[in-house]
Design a protein around this ligand. Structure first.
Ligand SMILES: Nc1ncnc2c1ncn2[C@@H]1O[C@H](COP(=O)(O)OP(=O)(O)O)[C@@H](O)[C@H]1O
Ligand SMILES: [Mg+2]
Length: 231
């Protein structure tokens, strides 16, 4: 399966999500590939730091840009059962090229940026691409959401997304947690990080299961969300 992490804005948590998901996936199925399609190369940097720190599982990583992203990723999908593509924060050729070969498009968004303008552009893009790639499914993941349970960001986001036929809001959401930043420094996932945070780990696992094991999640999501959002 090919999962593309992308969107219209920078700093929304795309690389954070891509790196955490790829570790979970590697732990479950073995050899997976992280394709860095962002010229800022943050995901590649994370991989080389990981390599230097000898962290296992090792994550295979390549950089691909422009149209070669599509052709090379398609070719590599014969070799790797699972590929995650991390793109930059704009409607670059990489985003379109990647979407043509992907099964799932995950758009992390911070609640403060959860504005109609961004969603309209993403919806239009998905609408265009889905004609050429009918299997594509698009999901919005709320990231850096408040840990204060009185802040009803998920409900607000749900309301807003009702207007967008092609964009589904994930039940999982990542809160603002220092563990996500600490893990990135050493090329780790939150599950591997010394700064242990069971809530961050649970949030990533929930997002992971929603993407890779959608049939198993259904009733678990509300339970985890309630418990992780109380701190
Ligand atoms: N849930 C989170 N909690 C705390 N910090 C986060 C979270 N998600 C992302 N960050 C931090 O925000 C910054 C931007 O995240 P990043 O994944 O690089 O975004 P993008 O790839 O979309 O540009 C990084 O410093 C990252 O560690
Ligand atoms: Mg990034």
């Amino acid at each position: 399966m090919i999962v593309l992490i992308g969107g219209e804005k920078g700093g929304t948590g795309k690389t954070t999500l891509a790196t955490n998901l790829i570790v979970e996936r590697a732990n479950e199925i073995g050899d997976v590939l992280l394709v860095d399609a962002d010229r800022q190369m943050t995901a590649s940097h994370w991989c080389s730091v990981r390599e230097n720190n000898n962290i296992s599982p090792r994550i295979s990583n390549i950089q691909k840009y422009g149209q070669t992203l599509k052709t090379e990723t398609r070719a590599l999908s014969n070799k790797y059962q699972d590929i995650i593509i991390d793109t930059g924060g704009r409607d670059a050729p990489e985003l379109r090229a990647g979407l043509l070969v992907s099964d799932i498009f995950v758009i992390p968004l911070r609640p403060s940026q959860f504005d109609l303008w961004t969603l309209s552009k993403i919806q239009t893009l998905v609408e265009e691409v889905i004609y050429l790639n009918e299997k594509l499914k698009a999901f919005v993941l709320l990231n850096q959401s408040s840990t204060n349970p009185s802040v009803k960001e998920l409900q607000d986001a749900k309301e807003l997304l009702k207007e967008f036929e092609f964009l589904n809001l994930m039940n999982a959401a990542l809160c603002e947690r220092i563990a996500f930043r600490k893990a990135a420094i050493r090329g780790e996932s939150v599950a591997e990080c010394n700064h242990y945070d069971s809530k961050a780990i649970a949030e990533i696992k929930l997002a992971y299961n929603e993407i890779y094991h959608p049939n198993e999640v259904i009733n678990e999501s509300s339970k985890v969300q309630q418990s992780t959002r109380n701190t």
